[in-house]
Design a protein around this ligand. Sequence first.
Ligand code: TRP
Ligand code: SF4
Length: 405
Amino acid sequence: MAANPGQNRRVVSGMRPTGQLHLGNYHGALANWIELQYRYECYFFVADWHALTTGYEDTTAFKANAHEVLIDWLGAGLNPSACTIFIQSRIPEHAELHLILSMVTPVSWLERVPTYKDQIEQLKDRDLGTYGFLGYPLLQSADILMYRPEFVPVGEDQVAHVEITREIARRFNHIYGREKDFGARVETAVKRLGSRNAALYAELRRQYQEQGNADALAEARAMIESGARLTVADRERLLGYLEGGGRSILPEPAALLTRSPKVPGLDGRKMSKSYSNTIGLREDPESVQKKLRAMQTDPARVRRSDPGDPDKCPVWDLHKIYSNEETKAWVQKGCRSAGIGCLECKKPLIESVLIELEAIRQRAREYEENPDLVQSIVSEGCERARDAARATMDEVRAAVGLEYR
Ligand code: TRP
Ligand code: SF4
């Protein structure tokens, strides 16, 4: 999508406070944030209310987890003078925007979000039949739209959430951002469609707006594009009215699909806290070394003399992240010819991982020893975020008609 020229070059992203982060979190998200902070005005936050949507029953670790995550961010290289770091629940405007957006969000849009049913299936031990859990993508939309960003850096699994955010922004702008005589102008344009198409347009629009029917949207768009008697301005009005045009109070952000290499865990499955197969960002070097030496390899390579296949080996996925071309060629050749053993193969990898983690550990140490420093970084970030949030909410309230001064 072309960037709206009036929009700041802003980026927003959040992460749940899961406690100490691991290499999967680092290569999946954090490493990208660290690059983005020097190219955009970045807002990064600890999504503690999101953690509450699935973890409301036991919140004892919330505070400690948020603190650990913040130390990991700083240790990994988020620079508080380059980006704004804050905690979601300390910006109550997120809740206010969530509430206002909830008034214009069809329940069916939320039920259709692919992660909704998946997660309920996956987290069977919890009761996720709650209002809050259903509304979680909308809360995420509020988090995002609050800062009016150009991009939201997310992994594949979050793209649907950015998509619904765009739909909600469009709907909000449509309802509250219209030009004064927009309605009359749209009416004239609709007449120019001819009576049959005018009726069809009204019906397709209804199906899209009330049920989120994407096919209806596509059909209506095609009809408008092919409407020979329409002027360019009429066409834009009809498209705007169909999707929600007019003034953009909350501009639509785009998903920024960032590079997120596959990070295998020690057992070969995706690295994830719930699988207990992780390497922590601040884990001590002996433990890291021990874990990597014991890491799962190509299961078919039983003896040293058996040739292996890197494509069936999670260690190779780590080489792809950490090793240069020369080392990777050495692995390929040595593995397939049984010229090297698995421990030998892991050696340069272990070295690279340890070097990377050592830098993180060192930087993190300063923050571990000085919790007040972390507090003050966050307080400052919260203040900056809150200023931005207040500015947005002033406009939102005015647009909705909730202004009493
Ligand atoms: N839903 C995201 C996750 O579970 C976290 C998140 C919350 C987020 N709000 C956000 C990410 C806004 C990007 C933008 O990982
Ligand atoms: Fe995996 Fe390396 Fe062993 Fe091959 S040699 S199976 S790539 S660890």
